[in-house]
Design a protein around this ligand. Structure first.
Ligand SMILES: Cc1ncc(C[n+]2csc(CCOP(=O)(O)OP(=O)(O)O)c2C)c(N)n1
Ligand SMILES: [Mg+2]
Length: 754
């Protein structure tokens, strides 16, 4: 069971009341002179009003849920005091906020209105947090810097870290915050303050999530101005804190993180909570590092309306909690201290109840979201990556004739790795908002080795980011901890603030720790906030097999898992030029992008190209017909492209049959027009992909071809893909498992002969 030592102010044990020296003040000012650890009497009265308002909103929502006028309820009951205290210690629309669902009182204190909250409860079109898309208590108020909240517990914590990093970055690079036209910056106004602080809250149970620890680690290491507030009500639904937390007290476990300021406090007591929050915020604002506030609270209304805590908590325990109810305690404190008498309190409560009634009446009249509004804001409404704005020609310097008469050779063809590296460099020169981090991406974290020229530097396990730190500095290019959720979660927070993180996941095989951020956060920030926020980060991932020895854990594909995520653009280039053009589009665009780079293609002879210049872009959703043909269409992408080309050439040579080979280049969006034109021409189609056959990317294309082009088909739709297993280590296994040119040739022949 949790134990804590800071004594609650409201119990009277710590009544360190400060009385200012008297001047020529009026009676009212006299009353206000007495402060309670920095809180004036008026502030305490206001705090009571907000806490009561918060509770009454919960009560009203519970009633509305029982009347089936709203569809879900989760309360902030018992958490009101720490919420109000935290908001009072921070600055709305100045600091940044990543609250969780029990933070109703915090949001009210910051300036959210009861109507706004009830509009979300009824799911109204005008719900400012989500336009009727998210459950109640999923706060998000752009004007107040309250960032859109989701339901997975704990995903907000790493994002808050990224948010704080962005604030520090802008403070050091104020030029980067400037508006620019012609790319995502046109639609992403940046606000920041030199001494801003980021607030993030979570429950006791959520401290069990790995992302919580990853966030503490980075905040500590980078001395970030994040105030973590753990609201410990001793339960996570029915699981008590001693089951979640080794030893039952999170404060003890985190106590050794460097640079932190720690507070443990009775979170049902607004006075001591405010004092603790004020110290914590001061530490962060002074740039001394992060702070951790462990607030002990209660949860009088069960977990949510779907939970009945009497099933797992005996009456005695519940009554013990009830005795600490922050509302009743502050009410009697106000009376005891002569701050507000019973009559004054009753009057105020009536006003609040009236306010709740009026907001309810209005919310119940509010229009629901239009049925077809679901399609809005899956992607950026401002910048279409398929548009001609992203269609530019390579600027390859023509061979020059020098005075000595010897014509210079054409620029040498470069590898995909080279061109990606050059593209990153050019974009970083052009756009100071770009930051790059990930595992091993820096040239060298111990900068002095570089400065003393003791080493050459690494720049990525595949050297794709080589030289970037040396050119742009450790502020813009740096190593992350070995933690994939950390990389993506922080990128989401940074991108929300208008930076353009271009982060690297070292191997696709190890992307999974970041899956919660990649599925539930990155692509959803815009849609779930009804365009209130966006996070157009770029995630570069080294993917794929054909490595000879890559084996199970360095060969995986799995792109269809990501193309199944609405809101996420997925790119998979097959050659150097496409990689450079598509990466530039990804970076300049306004949507989150998963940029898949095939490891086997990084340095392949196939598909090398001269450097196409600093403005070369290829629009998304435009496939390339890499080989025109008449007898059969092959739809593919990535490392299967050169293999299919080999097979097509052989088919032509040996059988005189021509294959129309279509390289999709981007998987979401994909170019249906080119597919359909080609299938209508050849009447035969193979969908080929490197991933295992069943449930793969090709299944979607095959299904759509069968559905929409049935009448144009003279043969069944065929898939050629890997076996339904993982890639084995021995080359013989690898060859048997991954699709080879011979497999493609066989399928081409069979279909052509139909
Ligand atoms: C990642 C994740 N797992 C499970 C859930 C379901 N869930 C919602 S709230 C909750 C308990 C959270 O407990 P705690 O962090 O202590 O916060 P409290 O609700 O007690 O304030 C759980 C398990 C979820 N939303 N997200
Ligand atoms: Mg809890």
């Amino acid at each position: 069971m949790a134990s804590y030592h800071r004594v609650g102010f409201l119990r009277g044990e710590m009544a360190t009341v400060k009385t200012e020296p008297k001047g020529s003040s009026t009676a009212i000012e006299d009353r206000n002179e007495k402060t309670y650890e920095g809180l004036t009497q008026q502030q305490l009265i206001d705090a009571y009003r907000t806490m009561y308002l918060s509770r009454k909103l919960d009560d009203r929502e519970i009633l509305l849920k029982r009347q089936q006028k709203i569809f879900f309820q989760i309360s902030g009951a018992g958490h009101e005091a720490i919420g109000v205290a935290a908001a009072l210690a921070l600055k709305p629309a100045y600091d940044w906020f990543y609250p969780y669902y029990r933070d109703r009182a915090l949001c009210l204190t910051l300036g959210a209105t009861p109507l706004e909250m009830l509009l979300q409860a009824v799911g109204a079109a005008d719900d400012p947090s989500s336009g009727g898309r998210q459950m109640p208590s999923h706060w998000g108020y752009n004007r107040l810097n309250v960032v859109t909240q989701s339901s997975p517990t704990g995903t907000q914590i790493l994002q808050a870290v990224g948010c704080a990093e962005a604030g520090l970055y802008y403070a050091r690079h104020p030029e980067a915050a400037r508006r620019a036209t012609g790319d995502y910056r046109e639609f992403k106004d940046v606000k920041f303050q030199q001494d801003e602080v980021t607030y993030v809250s979570l429950g006791d149970g959520t401290t069990s999530e790995g992302e919580f620890w990853e966030a503490l680690n980075s905040a500590s290491n980078r001395k970030l101005p994040v105030v973590f507030v753990v609201q410990d009500n001793e339960y996570a639904i029915s699981v008590p804190v001693e089951v979640q937390t080794a030893g039952g007290n999170i404060s003890r476990l985190v106590a050794n993180y460097p640079n932190f300021h720690f507070e443990e406090v009775d979170g049902t007591d607004p006075v001591s909570s405010h004092a603790a929050m004020t110290r914590a915020v001061a530490h962060a604002r002074a740039r001394r590092g992060p702070a951790f506030v462990h607030a002990h609270v209660i949860r009088p209304y069960s977990h949510s309306l779907s939970d009945d805590e009497r099933l797992y908590r005996p009456d005695e325990e519940r009554q013990r909690d009830a005795a600490r109810d922050p509302i009743t305690r502050l009410r009697s404190f106000l009376g005891r201290e002569g701050i507000l008498d019973d009559k004054g309190i009753s009057r105020m409560e009536k006003e609040v109840e009236q306010q709740v009634q009026e907001a309810t009446d209005r919310a119940l009249e509010a229009a629901p979201p239009a049925k077809n509004s679901f399609a809005n804001f899956v992607y950026s409404p401002n910048l279409d990556p398929t548009s001609s704005a992203f269609d530019t020609q390579p600027a390859i310097a023509p061979p020059q004739v020098p005075t000595d008469g010897e014509p210079k050779k054409a620029p040498p063809p470069k590898t995909m790795a080279d061109l990606i590296n050059s593209c990153l460099k050019d974009e970083m020169r052009r756009d100071e908002r770009i930051v790059i981090f990930g595992e091993d991406v820096a040239d060298c974290s111990r900068e002095q080795y570089l400065q003393q020229k003791l080493i050459k530097g690494k720049g990525g396990v595949f050297k794709l980011t080589s030289g970037l730190q040396c050119e742009f500095g450790s502020d813009r290019v740096f190593n992350s901890p070995l933690a994939e959720a950390n990389i993506v979660g922080r990128a989401v927070g940074m991108a929300t603030r208008g930076l353009k993180p271009v982060v690297e996941i070292q191997f696709f095989d190890y992307i999974w720790p970041a899956m919660m951020q990649l599925r539930d956060e990155l692509p959803l920030i815009r849609w779930r906030s009804n365009n209130g926020f966006s996070a157009p980060a770029v995630i570069r991932v080294a993917i794929g097999g054909y490595l000879t020895g890559g084996a199970i854990y360095h060969s995986q594909c799995g792109e269809s898992i990501f193309t199944h995520i609405p809101g996420l653009r997925v790119v998979f280039p097959s050659n150097a030029l496409d990689a450079a053009g598509l990466l530039r589009t990804a970076i300049r665009g306004d949507d989150p992008v998963l940029f898949l780079e095939h490891k086997r293609l990084y340095r392949e002879t196939f598909g090398r190209a001269p450097y196409p210049g600093p403005d070369f872009m290829i629009p998304f959703g435009k496939a390339k017909v890499v080989n025109p043909g008449h007898h059969v269409t092959v739809i593919t992408y990535g490392a299967v492209v050169p293999r299919a080309m080999q097979a097509a050439q052989k088919l032509q040579r040996e059988h005189g049959l021509s294959v129309e080979l279509v390289d999709l280049r981007t998987l979401n969006p994909y170019d249906w027009e080119t597919i359909s034109t080609s299938v209508k021409k050849t009447n035969r189609v193979i969908v080929a992909y490197e991933d295992s056959l069943s449930w793969g990317y090709g299944a979607e294309i095959a299904a759509r071809v069968a559905d929409e082009l049935f009448e144009h088909l003279d043969a069944p739709v065929r898939r050629v893909a890997a076996k339904d297993t993982f890639v084995g280590y021995h080359p013989q296994l690898e060859n048997a498992i991954l699709p080879q040119a011979e497999d493609l040739l066989r399928a081409m022949k069979e279909l052509a002969q139909y």
